[in-house]
Design a protein around this ligand. Structure first.
Ligand code: ATP
Ligand code: MG
Length: 190
């Protein structure tokens, strides 16, 4: 049990250091993309594998509602993966035990949209417009009891903007939240 605590805490520290570094890079203007052909199918499969255990620990039902085929897009794999890890990580973190988290992908003309929907604590209307600001955490006592530095969504928004995509949120307190990320698909993507 001690080793697990040490492991969890060192991972948390590593994530925090990496978040602070990303924010410094954003501020210095050196947070750039290294584009490659990214298979979204593979990326989502990895996302599922990485979060299954966490969902299981909280008895949260984690569902992926995906079309049979997702496109390959020109993107920075590590950064898109980080953006999605932040959104799914939040959904699991801010959803109490026995809840439900669903990732849905929809391919449209010129874009692919991902919804991260949870049945968690939700976000008050007055906090909604600020959750993408760096260091901002909602003014909800339940959030104060969960560790976090308020950087994940700020980095996610920057990543999405650099890719020419969009990010938005809809939420109702005590009901749950949906974060929607879209990425453009160009003619070259397949
Ligand atoms: P970290 O830097 O570790 O990600 P964090 O989770 O607090 O810390 P963000 O991911 O940037 O920071 O989220 C900012 C705030 O938005 C959170 O503190 C929380 O108040 C709110 N929030 C984000 N996602 C959700 C969600 N799915 N449900 C409810 N509140 C959320
Ligand atoms: Mg977070």
């Amino acid at each position: 049990r001690c080793l697990n605590v040490i492991n969890d805490e060192s991972r948390r520290l590593e994530r925090t250091v990496s978040e602070v570094l990303s924010v410094s890079e954003i501020e210095a203007g050196s947070f750039d993309l290294r584009r490659d052909d990214v298979r979204l199918d593979d990326l989502l499969e990895q996302l599922r594998v990485d979060h299954e255990a966490k969902a299981g620990q909280k008895d949260i039902s984690l569902r992926f509602d995906l079309p049979p085929k997702l496109p390959t897009v020109s993107a920075d794999r590590d950064k898109i993966s980080l953006a999605m890890h932040n959104l799914l990580g939040n959904a699991l973190k801010y959803t109490p035990e026995h809840g439900q988290v669903t990732v849905t992908a929809t391919v449209g003309s010129g874009q692919v949209a991902f919804d991260f929907t949870d049945t968690g604590i939700g976000i008050r209307r007055e906090d909604l417009s600020r959750v993408f600001d760096k260091f901002y955490r909602a003014t909800d006592n339940r959030v104060a009891n969960i560790t976090g530095s308020g950087l994940g969504l700020a980095i996610t928004r920057e990543i999405v903007n650099l890719h020419g995509g969009t990010i938005s949120v809809e939420s109702e307190l005590d009901k749950g939240s949906t974060f929607t990320l879209t990425l453009p698909i160009t003619e070259k993507d397949a």
